[in-house]
Design a protein around this ligand. Structure first.
Ligand SMILES: *[C@@H]1O[C@H](CO)[C@@H](O)[C@H](O)[C@H]1NC(C)=O
Ligand SMILES: *[C@@H]1O[C@H](CO)[C@@H](O)[C@H](O)[C@H]1NC(C)=O
Ligand SMILES: *[C@@H]1O[C@H](CO)[C@@H](O)[C@H](O)[C@H]1NC(C)=O
Ligand SMILES: *[C@@H]1O[C@H](CO)[C@@H](O)[C@H](O)[C@H]1NC(C)=O
Ligand SMILES: *[C@@H]1O[C@H](CO)[C@@H](O)[C@H](O)[C@H]1NC(C)=O
Length: 561
């Protein structure tokens, strides 16, 4: 009775408030409460007047670049407890013109899972993080709000010989990570996380709860690498677990420029993708102080996982990569789950409970990515070192991740992730800073853009490829990216025909449309092509001014590594 009275009052106010977002969001809230089958949804709705709003919003913001007073905030945050609350949120958002952003772990590099310039609601998947492992049949169901740390922990609780080939950073949410590909230290042996997804639960724009069978193979293809939030809300993934040996070996060997880092890294490029698939050696480049006072040098950390014991690793390294000079003392044998802690940067001896810690390390950063198909000559590497000596690069990191192995065996169109045979490694460029303010941001963003421009001759061309999960709004999608569709192959331009080809509902165009754009443009358009140099815009720091109209309205789920 009370409800109908307030609705009546609302109806009277309609003509006056129609154009305001306050109206939109009030109406949206009314809709949610009216449509929910019981009032439990009111317990998972946060508006700015709720004292918990700010902490819920910040709980998974990792990049302080998108947590400033001027960052656009959601009108409403919903933390659904189940499928019906997601359905209600989608239905009401369409009726009342609210855009939906879906957030699992909050790692989105450009904050797209929790920032929009139009009135929006965040569907925060934090409460949907069940994981059930079936050891006997080697699979697991993982809900999209679970972190990789929670997933690894649960697998290790159940089995010492099963693992999963996903990312290194344990606070990443499974929802966004798998939907963009997702990789980690076992990609050479087992491919991407998305390569090992065997079913999914998705809610489409009409609120239909779909699994692999009911969504059909085209849509199931698209969500494994095309950006899950582009096609609906992923509730859970069914993943195939992989076997891991009871003993693995890790090492990190550091070489700076005075220790022949340039030559050793140059050599690494010729073998990193050809090693035994049990061997993964990535390289982390940082600027460090040199032993010569007042000088800087570059350190190359050769950071490795070997799926076996060191008795086998040492002869393998002696044969294939003697230049690194690996000795027995460099190697640590451990269980696979301990290697997860090692790569995530936890000190040795930590309890596995740290995997369940969802608290993010908060900092400002900007990232970009490139694919390398031909070894970079030493002179090219030396140009990178020069850029590391610039003061903006104090906290810069380049991570070189080798491909080859399983990555080369899977065809470019098996799933939307196209970076397969022919890639030696991927570069992730990262620059971090902790000072606040526009000047600090601009100088770092400008540095990483200069480095990216410098790299152009040495990396993939026509198109210059990038990894969708390393979101980068500098990439100008309006320039006609190369689109890759399952049925039609490479080279299609983005367009309505492609949407229809996927059998997507035109209804998606109302609430999920903006996300669909990105999914098609950069996900299905697997190759984020921009011909020639990337169009340079002013620093992406201050969100409202600088983001491109297209990409700023993208739906995203947190992701990463
Ligand atoms: C209310 O809704 C929640 C979430 O949809 C559900 O878990 C719960 O069982 C419902 N309660 C009743 C009494 O229907
Ligand atoms: C999560 O798992 C628990 C325990 O198995 C179960 O009671 C609950 O319904 C599950 N929640 C969802 C949203 O699947
Ligand atoms: C660097 O490499 C050269 C040969 O290429 C070798 O003679 C020299 O000992 C190496 N230096 C170090 C510090 O490893
Ligand atoms: C500083 O290091 C660079 C790179 O190793 C070297 O070229 C330069 O000569 C060094 N400068 C001084 C003053 O030692
Ligand atoms: C959880 O992680 C945060 C961020 O790294 C850290 O500050 C905190 O101490 C951790 N908590 C526990 C209980 O380990």
């Amino acid at each position: 009775m009370k409800l109908s009275v307030s609705l009546f009052v609302f109806a009277l106010l309609v003509p006056f408030l129609l154009a305001t977002s306050a109206y939109t969001h009030e109406n949206f809230l009314q809709c949610l409460i009216l449509h929910s089958r019981n009032d439990s949804i009111s317990k998972v709705i946060y508006t700015p007047s709720n004292s918990l709003y700010s902490s819920v919003l910040k709980s998974s913001i990792r990049n302080t670049r998108f947590s400033t007073p001027s960052t656009p905030k959601p009108q409403v945050i919903v933390t659904p407890l189940g499928v019906s609350q997601i359905q209600e949120t989608l239905s009401c958002s369409q009726k009342h013109g609210m855009q939906v952003r879906v957030r699992s772990g909050g790692h989105d590099y450009e904050g797209l899972s929790y920032v929009s310039r139009v009135p929006f609601v965040i569907l925060d998947m934090i409460n949907l993080r069940n994981i059930s492992v079936d050891v006997e049949n080697s699979f697991a169901w993982v809900q999209s709000g679970a972190t990789l740390g929670e997933l690894y922990y649960e697998i290790a609780e159940q089995s010492k010989t099963l693992g999963f080939p996903a990312g290194v950073c344990t606070t990443i949410g499974a929802g966004g990570h798998f939907s963009g590909g997702g990789y980690g230290t076992m990609l050479r042996k087992y491919g991407l996380a998305a390569d090992n997804v065997i079913d999914a639960h998705l809610i489409d724009v009409k609120g239909r709860f779909l699994d692999r069978k009911s969504m059909g193979e085209d849509l199931f293809w698209a969500v494994r690498g095309g950006g899950g939030a582009s096609f609906g809300v992923i509730v859970a993934w069914k993943i195939k677990l992989v076997s891991v040996p009871s003993t693995v070996t890790v090492f990190t060997v550091n070489k700076n420029l005075e220790q022949n880092a340039t030559k050793i890294l140059h050599r690494w490029q010729y073998i990193a993708d050809k090693f035994d698939t049990d061997l993964f050696i990535r390289v982390i480049l940082t600027g460090v102080s040199s032993s010569q006072k007042g000088n800087r040098t570059v350190q190359a950390s050769f950071n490795s996982l070997y799926l076996g014991g060191k008795d086998k690793l040492l002869p393998l390294m002696q044969e294939s990569f003697p230049e690194l000079g690996l000795v027995s003392e460099d190697c640590k044998e451990m269980s696979w789950i301990q290697s997860i802690l090692y790569f995530a940067g936890f000190p040795s001896g930590q309890s596995l409970d740290v995997l369940l810690n969802r608290t993010l390390t908060v900092i400002s950063y900007k990232a970009k990515s490139d694919y390398v198909k031909n070894p970079i000559p030493e002179s090219g590497l030396e140009g990178i070192w020069q850029r590391f000596y610039e003061k903006e690069a104090e906290s810069a990191v380049l991570i070189l991740n080798p491909y080859g192995g399983k990555m080369s065996e899977i065809s470019e169109s098996t799933i939307p992730f196209p970076h397969r045979a022919g890639n030696i490694y991927k570069i992730q460029y990262l620059v971090y800073w902790s000072e606040e303010g526009t000047a600090a941001t601009e100088s770092r963003v400008s540095w990483i853009r200069r480095l990216y421009a410098y790299m152009a001759p040495y990396v993939s061309k026509s198109p210059r490829e990038a990894y969708i999960n390393y979101r980068d709004l500098d990439i100008d999608l309006r320039k006609g990216p190369t689109v890759w569709s399952k049925s039609r192959g490479k080279g299609r331009r983005f367009g309505a025909d492609l949407e229809e080809g996927l059998g997507l509902d035109p209804g998606l165009r109302s609430s999920l449309r903006p996300g669909l754009d990105l999914g098609l443009r950069s996900g299905l358009g697997l190759r984020l092509g921009h011909n020639g140099a990337c169009r340079s815009r002013p620093s992406s720091r201050s969100w409202p001014q600088w983001s491109s109209p297209i990409s700023a309205t993208v739906l995203g789920v947190g992701l990463l590594d």
